[in-house]
Design a protein around this ligand. Structure first.
Ligand code: MN
Length: 711
């Protein structure tokens, strides 16, 4: 265990302006807070935060990050509270510790690594400060270094798998190769001990065999460069067992001699020298075709820069060489963490090539100093997404603004179709609630539920929208099918035949329909006339239109509210006028399709229509037929208030009668000392007719008010 003064010295060695007092106080606070707690290894628990802080000094991070490393488990695992940290160490440290604590809690929620990519994004989305992530990675590295002390094999495996799938890739994308290598290698040892051990054995055998091979190669390369007047440092570094393993899996890699598993590295003084060194090596040794890559002119997305080449080097051994400058090397090893160091050291790094961390680097570029970079860096790259958990811990990525309905459809379309409610973090919430990062969402389902068209107004995912629409279409089709069948029944009967499906089957081709249902639906939709079908089935049929043949009957029907010419309706469709608003010719109207009942006509301003707002597919655009029989009578309903005095009711009926209105019903709905409120149904020709009656009534002294009755 590193001691207090050693830790402070280490920080001061790379950051002379380090906050010594802060480091000392954080050290003491954490040690006291963790008290007698112990690790699986038997060590005092404090050895863990201290180990984390030590790893962070390797990344040469600022005092606040080191202090956060020391304090990172105090809120989660000890009596200490955030308020306490805030009071003792200030808002910055408290926020950083809070961030790390939140990430640790997330970790406990999901033990399913198949959603690794989403989980990585969630971790990023939740890391408001890049330092939170750096501390978390250091925390994970230390836990991996001490993993073997954990007795439960399942738990070890779970942590190793998570490290392999979540944290190592995160480290890699942040360009922190050294950290990534360590995490991967430790996880590899746990997950595949047989492979790990055999590579370790092979490595030590090769090391014994070729003790001086490596040193000889380094010396000869160094001499080659010196002769070419390129003052560069050459070194050889053994690849990690995991990277050897992965290469063996990917391609048939030779694993014959030490040079096969050692990468040689040339550190040049500047960019120009990198290419000079490359020229010197290629000039002296044969280059292996296909192995040269220029990551200096085209850096990797994580900002990695280097020249890679393969040569038939000293002693005709195939070797790999990487050539880079010192600053490229630091970035290759430390990634994002190196930026902080370089900002401090005034060495500007061009951040243009970072794709993955572009937002981060934009802030970095515009920050005035290293402190500002670290303090104000917000990882905003996934701000357009939210990540939520299923009750089983599966992670679902959704666009920002997504609701439980989107979530349900993302899980499975059936879950979406039958969803009736949602519990968010254990609480029942409305289906239109916008989900937040880390929410746990449990969908309540019911077999009886079907998608509501109202959902379409708040869902944000294409899948949810498509599913809802598909359902509405199917439902609509079912309605037209039923309607079509009723119309055919009617038309067949009218022509004096019985409706049979068999008869229709015979004429499908004629209407280019593939199935019986298609044709019947088309009739329901009004695409094909019912009479056309009858005439096709019975070519001799000469049934005339009802209007031609049965004028008398039609007039009679009009009384009963049928056969009233309204445009936009399919002929033969069952239709009636709504009792709530009593539409009259001249009123603007809409039709509402009711399965099994045909169409109900409402006035456009009828309040009842509100209850159909959610089912736009049931609305029919209809209008009065101007050529309609003027003799037809319609019922208008009036709401009249008359004064409570002798003769009032008489005046009312007289005025209506004088204006050619026929009262068909009359009902007193309210009665007070002064007034009567009466509902009067009057048979009129049209809206104009009723308006005349209303005007006449308003002119009557005993009538207090007159309006058309609604609802
Ligand atoms: Mn920890």
């Amino acid at each position: 265990m590193i001691r207090q003064f050693e830790l402070v010295e280490r920080v001061k060695s790379y950051d002379p302006g380090a906050d010594e007092d802060l480091l000392n106080r954080a050290y003491v606070f954490s040690m006291k807070a963790h008290g007698s707690q112990a690790r699986a290894s038997g060590d005092p628990y404090f050895s863990h935060p201290l180990g984390v802080a030590e790893i962070l000094t390797r990344l040469k991070l600022d005092s606040a990050s080191i202090a956060t490393g020391l304090l990172h488990d105090t809120v989660e695992d000890t009596e200490a509270t955030l308020d306490q940290l805030q009071e003792m160490f200030g808002g910055e440290i408290a926020q950083l510790v809070d961030g790390v604590t939140k990430l640790s809690r997330l970790e406990l929620q999901s033990d399913n690594t198949k959603h690794a990519e989403n989980f990585r994004k969630l971790v990023l989305a939740m890391s408001n400060d890049i330092r939170v992530l750096l501390v978390k990675l250091a925390d994970r590295l230390h836990n991996m270094q001490t993993l073997h002390f954990i007795k439960n094999a399942d738990k070890r495996r779970r942590i190793a798998a998570e490290t392999m799938e979540i944290y190592a890739p995160l480290a890699e994308r942040m360009g922190m190769h050294q950290l990534k290598d360590e995490l991967e290698n430790l996880a590899f040892a746990e997950l595949n001990p047989d492979a790990y051990n055999s590579i370790i054995q092979r490595l030590s055998f090769l090391r014994e065999q070729g003790t001086d091979v490596c040193a000889k190669i380094v010396a000869e390369l160094q001499k080659t460069l010196k002769d070419a007047d390129v003052p560069a440092e050459v070194s050889g570094r053994e690849k990690t067992p995991f990277s050897i393993w992965r290469k063996m899996q990917k391609k048939r890699m030779e694993f014959e001699q030490l040079s096969d598993i050692v990468a040689f590295r040339v550190i040049a003084e500047d960019l120009g020298q990198c290419y000079q060194a490359l020229g010197a090596l290629h000039g002296k040794y044969s280059m292996i075709p296909g192995r040269f890559k220029d990551y200096i002119s085209t850096p990797k997305p994580n900002k990695y820069q280097s020249l890679h080449t393969g040569i038939l080097g000293p002693q005709r051994m195939r070797i790999e060489v990487q050539i880079r400058t010192r600053s490229m090397h630091d970035i290759a090893e430390m990634g994002v963490a190196a930026h902080w160091k370089y900002k401090q050291g005034q060495a500007q790094i061009d951040g243009k090539q970072y794709r993955w961390l572009r937002e981060l680097l934009d802030i970095l570029e515009h920050a005035s100093g290293p402190e500002e970079f670290l303090e104000h860096t917000k990882l905003e790259m996934f701000q357009d997404q939210v990540f939520c958990f299923t009750p089983k811990g599966d992670l679902i990525a959704l666009p920002r603004g997504a609701t439980p309905v989107d979530f349900a459809y993302a899980v499975h379309s059936e879950v979406g179709d039958t969803c009736v409610g949602a519990k968010i973090n254990g609480r029942i919430m409305p289906l239109r609630t916008a989900l937040q990062n880390g929410d746990q969402v449990a969908i309540v389902n019911s077999k009886a539920q079907t998608p509501s068209p109202a959902w379409e107004r708040f869902v944000v995912t294409g899948k949810a929208r498509a599913c809802i629409r598909r359902f509405i279409r199917t439902q609509q089709r079912a309605q037209y099918l039923e309607l079509g069948r009723a119309m055919l029944h009617k038309e067949f009967a009218h022509a004096g035949y019985d409706y049979t499906e068999k008869a229709i089957e015979g004429v499908l081709k004629k209407f280019k329909a593939e199935e019986l249902e298609d044709l019947v639906t088309q009739v329901g939709e009004g695409i094909v006339g019912a009479r056309e079908v009858v005439n096709a089935v019975f070519p001799g049929n000469k049934t005339a239109t009802p209007a031609d043949k049965l004028p008398a009957k039609r007039a009679k029907k009009a009384k009963g509210g049928h056969a009233i010419p309204i445009r936009g309706l399919i002929p033969g469709m069952a239709m009636h006028f709504a009792g709530c608003c009593h539409p009259l010719p001249g009123d603007r109207i809409v039709g509402i399709v009711t399965t099994g009942k045909g169409v109900t006509i409402h006035t456009i301003d009828c309040e009842t229509l509100e209850s159909f707002a959610d089912t736009p597919e049931r609305w029919l655009d209809v209008a009065w037929d101007q050529d309609a029989d003027a003799a037809e009578q319609h019922t208008g309903r009036l709401d009249v208030v008359i004064t409570n005095q002798p003769g009032s009711l008489g005046s009312l009926t007289t005025v209506i009668g004088k204006n050619a209105g026929n009262i068909s019903n009359l009902k007193i709905v309210n009665r007070s000392i002064d007034f009567f409120e009466i509902i009067v149904d009057v048979e009129v020709k049209d809206l104009k007719h009723l308006s005349n009656i209303i005007a006449a009534l308003r002119a009557t002294p005993s009538v207090n008010s007159v309006d058309r009755a609604r609802g």
